[in-house]
Structure formats: C-alpha cells, structure tokens
Design a protein around this ligand. Sequence first.
Ligand SMILES: Nc1ncnc2c1ncn2[C@@H]1O[C@H](COP(=O)(O)OP(=O)(O)OP(=O)(O)O)[C@@H](O)[C@H]1O
Ligand SMILES: [Mg+2]
Length: 206
Amino acid sequence: MNKFVTFEGMEGVGKSSVIQYIDEKLKEKNIKAVVTREPGGTKLADKLRDLVLRSDEELILPETELLLLLAARKQHIEHFIRPHLQKGYLVISDRFFDATYAYQCGGRGLPTSVLEKLNALLGLNFYPDFTFLLDAPINTCLSRLKNREKSDRFDTEDLEFFRNVKSSYLNRANDDPKRIVKINCDEDFEVVCKTVLNKLIQKIAQ
Ligand SMILES: Nc1ncnc2c1ncn2[C@@H]1O[C@H](COP(=O)(O)OP(=O)(O)OP(=O)(O)O)[C@@H](O)[C@H]1O
Ligand SMILES: [Mg+2]
C-alpha cells in the first residue's frame, strides 16, 4: 500500500475521532495501516511535543516553536514514516507539514519563506500522497473542545489566531487541489466519516 496520508484542520474539527474510525474500518478490510501524529511519532518527538504544547515555564518565541516542531518532524520522518512506508504500510498522520504553514506562519505570523528555506535545507519537503483538510466553522470547532478536560497552548489562542490558521489552511487547499481534499465537518459525525472513508478507498486504489 505504502501511501502517506495526512489529516489537517483546526483543533476540535474532528481529526483524531475520524482517524480512529478510519483505522477501525481499514483493519476490518485487512489493510495494513498505521496511525501516527504530529508533533510526535517517536520517543524524542513526543518529548518535543510536550515541550511545545505544555511548557508554561517561559514564553516560547515563534521561531523557537518552529525549530522544535521541525526537529520533531525530522525524527518522525526518518524513524517512523519512511521505515513504515518501506515496509508497505499505509501511514496516516494526524497533522503534518501543512499544520506548520497554518499555525506557525498563518497563526504566529512567521514568513512562509523562512519555513520553505528550512524545509529545503533540512530535507523536510516530504509530501503526503494526499491530505484531508477537515473544515468547519471556528465556533463549531471551539464548542466541540468544551468537553475536554485539559487545554494546550494552542487551544487557548484568540479568535484572530484561529481565523488566520483557517485561512492559511484553505489557501493551501486552493493552491494544491490535487493533494488536499477539503471535507465539510459541519455535519453528522457518521456522515463525515463515511465521506472520508469513501474518498480514501478511492485514492488508495488509484
Ligand atoms: N462531526 C462531528 N459532529 C459532532 N461532534 C464531533 C464531530 N467530529 C468530532 N466531534 C467531537 O468533537 C470533539 C473534538 O474532536 P477531535 O478530538 O477528534 O478533534 P481534533 O481535530 O482531533 O482536535 P485537536 O486538534 O485538538 O486534537 C470530540 O469530542 C468529538 O467527539
Ligand atoms: Mg486530535
């Protein structure tokens, strides 16, 4: 199978829930798949995840945040994603590099040229075969987060931050419609899951 599929979208839009559903359906179909997430996916990358999401010891500068995320991604690509693809797995990642454009460039305001240069210099232009951009109104996403016990450094950002994140994601989807499939998630959960599953099955058959 060895395809690399990523899920993107704002917090609360439903990425992890949809991925869990998809993973179960793929197992029923005996498709060899593995699920991972960013930041994270290896021991060191998970430690970096903790630093990025939870640290409240001092202000984390946008540049520092970016470098920690890219360090984690390098580990993830070389120690998890690539080896699994080589073993024939369908690799599904809950967020990947589109999130860095959306959050660190769109949300935090870092220039995309900086990220593009770092990606090129560090061998991080590792393109997913396809990407599902889960999309719903910001208020819908935020209200879905209300039942959550713990929030992280991103969940608590202001509305302008989320507007910028969302529009960066949508711009990327417009610029790369062959790779990025936008899914309306302002729908019943079952409907969303079935739409994603059908598209995924279509794509992996291509
Ligand atoms: N289509 C939907 N309709 C109603 N509720 C939903 C829908 N999709 C997901 N949810 C609920 O919204 C909440 C957030 O979903 P989930 O944790 O999957 O979001 P996420 O995109 O992974 O967020 P994060 O980026 O913060 O990890 C969960 O309680 C989930 O059950
Ligand atoms: Mg999640």
